[in-house]
Design a protein around this ligand. Structure first.
Ligand code: NAG
Ligand code: NAG
Ligand code: NAG
Ligand code: NAG
Ligand code: NAG
Ligand code: NAG
Ligand code: NAG
Ligand code: NAG
Ligand code: NAG
Ligand code: NAG
Ligand code: NAG
Ligand code: NAG
Length: 665
């Protein structure tokens, strides 16, 4: 632990070595260059001469009002469009429209990013009016389009216009030149699914999704919202740049709940924690000095459009958990010390909501979109339990023993009250609150993940119970009717692994994320914010999104749970103290024959490469010299470490360095 303090700030200044190259690189979605060009013509209408030349260096001519070409960039991208006007008349004019899903390709409107409206045409098009100037043209910075796959160029005059050299300058990850320079990787063939590369693809899909959500702090969604038609992505949303936001197209704002999934993804793939620190600093800077309340989301969205400080007890708690995660991954002690008084004040804000029953009473019920939040809610209390156990660990690290003791006592008291208040023996699950028999996906998944359960049997019963919500597209959240919520699904996925139901975890992964990645209504590269029980994009129609299927985001970091889960559980590699000074390697073979991968922290490379058969398991591991950890083996038998037999059962203590561990049953 002491060492990690010495290297405190090296996390953000470390020399980049990165993941080794290998066949997994072919699955990395991130483009080679930050200037990208269309890869295909998706749709044509009217008179468009030589449209195909827009895919090479040639020119195309659009003639007459309504003629258009819809270009496909092949994957989700975001940024500023440039093109060359090669020949125009004095009255030629064009318009641009953008969409993530191909369902919303239209010459008349983009998909929606400003407000959800039932006509699905709030945003409209970007008009480029006559007279056009011959030469290179770039769209105005404020009209940056944060997330799209399809660009439609439509002629809006009776005259002709000849264009060429259509490109997009990517604006996400503004501080990084090479988007493919990852610090981690994952590689495992799926012996069951129709696409044997699925697990690799979904790992990289999650990683790339989060990359599209790292944006310059002056490129957030403008609030107050611009009137229809239009959009404007030039709001300042962070105290420093870049920041991590919820989604590429929208909200383009800091949301702490989303970070609970997106930041672990970032840690295992790019370890690009600057955006996370900036986002957390933005949230803490908006803390209410008197009460300690943290905002539901970052300004300007929160404070103007949605309620300001103290409006969400769960998201308040997620900022606190975010601070722990940032510290665990970065070892940035200076930042933790600087933030500590705000941090403890934020914990106290929640503790003050605990009533004489011993449960936290949620009085600020905004949450991830679920309904029925409020009062003695089991999801909120599971999150609060995690806040307490995390805070006890941090207080110990900072040598505040008294505080650590009190946090630990509060945690253990809460755990016992929680189990008395919420456990339904007949269901084998926790209920949402004391006046319902509804067993929520969020509360149950988080209770297992955060160890609020009191036994392995209980955790396993919950894992089994959660499958009752599954249909052919994924898990329908009982607490958010007609909704498949991949954010909460990311916690459910981990709950199946934590409870030892590894094959079920992969079954769920294939079911829900297989749908998202391959359905032709998605961008087939980054991950959907959510969808309905029948697989449609009408996410939260009756619950905030106004029946606007085009408003749903296709690149939401909160849907990337599989990326960290494959690293943390299937590879089994986790850090158990800041930067991985201590670590754990506990592979969940999950019916796979082999897996390999790893990640980098400021201390160096952590890698695992395992192979499994019915009666043997072998693994080579690599961790930085000076660290130490524990290996938990997936089968019992004769254990050989670096060629010598060890008298151990399933747990082996090891020092950093390179080791080979073999077990024969
Ligand atoms: C297709 O282009 C023609 C002009 O060539 C226009 O009249 C028509 O409205 C366009 N169709 C669509 C669907 O925009
Ligand atoms: C430029 O466009 C005009 C019509 O607007 C057309 O008459 C002329 O031939 C075009 N010139 C070239 C070089 O294509
Ligand atoms: C769509 O609805 C919004 C909100 O009512 C309105 O502002 C906008 O003008 C409408 N757009 C169209 C094209 O009707
Ligand atoms: C084509 O577009 C790229 C990207 O914006 C730009 O760098 C280049 O100068 C353009 N080419 C010409 C001939 O204008
Ligand atoms: C702590 O909170 C105050 C508001 O109460 C804020 O002004 C300050 O920037 C925060 N400090 C840190 C280190 O986040
Ligand atoms: C208890 O949970 C049910 C189901 O989610 C919900 O309908 C109800 O509003 C909740 N009660 C309170 C007080 O929030
Ligand atoms: C939570 O607190 C509110 C406000 O004080 C109160 O109205 C409500 O009854 C409490 N809920 C429970 C379950 O005690
Ligand atoms: C905590 O105490 C240990 C042992 O005295 C010391 O080495 C370490 O620097 C202290 N940590 C902090 C953050 O003060
Ligand atoms: C979970 O909680 C139990 C106490 O109920 C404790 O014995 C166990 O170590 C905890 N597990 C983890 C992984 O923290
Ligand atoms: C290994 O054996 C121990 C008892 O000695 C048991 O608790 C553990 O679950 C076994 N592990 C596996 C992976 O079977
Ligand atoms: C392995 O497990 C057996 C049976 O539970 C136990 O007797 C033995 O002490 C364990 N060996 C080690 C090295 O932990
Ligand atoms: C582990 O192996 C790698 C690759 O062979 C090597 O680069 C590295 O130096 C080794 N680490 C240690 C601590 O021996």
């Amino acid at each position: 632990m002491i060492l990690s303090f010495l290297v405190a700030l090296s996390a953000v200044t470390a020399v980049f070595c990165g993941a080794p190259s290998g066949p997994w690189d072919a699955f990395n979605y991130a483009p080679e260059s930050k200037i990208v060009y269309p890869r295909a013509i998706r749709e044509l209408n009217g008179t468009v001469l030589n449209a195909g030349k827009l895919l090479t260096s040639g020119s195309a001519t659009l003639t007459g009002s309504g003629s258009y070409v819809a270009l496909d960039f092949g994957i989700e991208i975001g940024g500023l469009i440039s093109l060359n006007f090669d020949n125009v008349s004095s009255s030629s004019s064009i318009a641009l429209s953008f969409t993530e899903s191909p369902l919303f390709i239209s010459p008349r409107t983009s998909d929606d990013s400003v407000l959800p409206t039932a006509n699905m045409s709030y945003d409209g098009v970007l008009n480029i009016a006559a007279p056009l100037e011959i030469g290179h043209w770039t769209m105005p910075t404020a009209r940056l389009r944060g997330g799209f796959r399809y660009l439609t160029i439509v002629s809006t005059s009776d005259d002709s216009v000849t264009i060429s050299n259509v490109s997009c300058a990517i604006t996400f990850m503004p501080h990084v030149d090479n988007l493919r320079e990852y610090s981690g990787y994952f590689y495992a063939s799926d012996p069951v699914y129709w696409d044997s590369n699925f697990l690799i693809k979904i790992w990289y899909s999650g990683a790339y999704t989060v990359q599209t959500d790292i944006i310059a702090a002056d490129s957030g969604r403008q609030v107050p919202f611009v009137s229809s038609p239009g959009w404007s992505n030039d709001a300042t949303i962070g105290v420093a740049s870049p920041v991590i936001v919820d989604g590429a197209k929208r909200d383009r704002d800091i949301w702490p709940g989303d970070m609970g999934i997106a930041v672990p993804t970032q840690f295992v793939s790019t370890n690009d924690l600057i955006a996370t620190r900036n986002a957390l600093e933005t949230l803490f800077a908006q803390q209410n000095a008197e009460t300690g309340a943290l905002p539901y989301c970052g300004a300007p969205l929160c404070g103007t459009f949605v309620p300001p400080n103290g409006s969400s007890d769960t998201y308040h708690a997620w900022t606190i958990i975010g601070a722990y995660n940032y510290y665990l991954y970065s070892g940035d002690t200076e930042w933790l010390q600087k933030t500590w008084s705000n941090y403890t004040k934020a914990v106290r804000f929640l503790t003050n909501k605990v009533d004489d029953t011993g449960l936290l009473n949620v009085t600020a019920p905004n949450d991830w979109g679920r309904i029925g939040q409020g009062g003695h809610n089991s999801e909120a209390n599971a999150i609060y339990y995690k806040v307490l156990t995390n805070s006890a660990a941090l207080a110990s690290l900072l040598n505040d023993t008294e505080l650590a003791t009190s946090y630990t006592a509060n945690a253990s008291a809460l755990k016992s009250v929680y189990n008395e208040a919420f456990w339904l023996e007949d269901e084998g699950m926790y209920r949402d609150n004391e006046t319902t028999t509804l067993c929520p996906q969020d509360g149950n998944s988080l209770a297992v993940l955060f160890n609020v359960t009191e036994s392995a049997e209980q955790a396993s019963a919950i894992s089994e119970g959660l499958t009752r919500n599954w249909n052919e597209y994924g898990a329908v959240s009982p607490e958010c009717p007609d909704t498949i919520a991949p954010y909460i699904g990311g916690f459910e996925l981990q709950a199946h692994f934590v409870s030892g139901n590894d094959e079920r975890a992969l079954e769920f992964l294939r079911l829900q994320w297989g749908y998202m990645l391959y359905t032709n209504i998605s961008v087939q590269s980054t991950l959907l914010e959510g969808y309905t029980a029948n697989g449609s994009l009408y996410y939260r129609s009756a619950n905030g999104y106004n029946y606007d299927a085009s408003y749903t985001s296709h690149a939401h970091g909160w849907s990337t749970g599989p990326t960290s889960a494959l690293t943390f559980y299937v590879l089994g590699l986790t850090v158990t103290s800041p930067q991985g000074q201590t670590w754990s390697i506990a592979p969940h073979t999950s019916g796979l024959p082999s897996a390999q991968g790893g990640f980098e922290t400021a201390l160096g490379w952590f890698g695992v490469d395992w192979a499994s058969s019915t009666d043997a398991f072998s693994m080579s591991i690599s961790t930085p010299t000076g660290t130490s950890g524990v290996v938990v083996l997936p089968i019992n038998g004769t254990v050989t470490v670096d060629g010598s037999v060890r008298q151990v059962n399933s747990t082996v203590q090891l020092e950093g360095g390179n080791h080979t561990v073999i077990v024969r049953a």
